[in-house]
Design a protein around this ligand. Structure first.
Ligand SMILES: [Cu+2]
Length: 131
């Protein structure tokens, strides 16, 4: 049973890969904290707010579930295979996705698929200047 130990080593190498992460680890000596999300979507009042968010490739979107105990989810629409995501059904907490490819990614709440929909628009990290 060497798998857990090997996994721990892999995680450590990833964390210490960046000087900033190394500093953070030395200061807190706890779990690494990911960079802040570029956009936050509130899951409240049986809606996603804002309904459309825009980020660039490599940035992340965080959904914050806070609807008085109502169960919701964040699931990418079927047919989209380039960036799949699924928060599961939940009533609180956060769910974060880092988008690694450009495009418009439509999603819905599995519980209220007719009422709760949203989109993440991912644009290139560097926009070419027009000639
Ligand atoms: Cu819902």
């Amino acid at each position: 049973m060497s798998t857990p130990a090997r996994r721990a080593i892999t995680v450590t190498l990833l964390v210490t890969g960046s000087p900033a992460a190394l500093t953070a680890c030395a200061a807190t000596a706890s779990r690494p904290s990911p960079p802040p999300p570029a956009a936050v979507v509130e899951v409240r009042d049986v809606a996603f707010t804002p309904r459309v968010v825009r980020v660039t490739v490599g940035q992340s979107v965080r959904w914050h579930f806070d609807d008085g105990g109502l169960l919701h989810g964040v699931q990418n629409d079927s047919g989209e295979r380039r960036q799949e995501f699924d928060s599961g059904i939940r009533s609180k907490g956060t769910y974060t996705v880092t988008f690694t490819t450009t495009g418009t990614f439509d999603y819905h709440c599995e519980v209220h698929s007719m009422m709760m929909t949203g989109s993440v628009v991912v644009t290139p990290a560097t926009v070419k200047e027009q000639p």
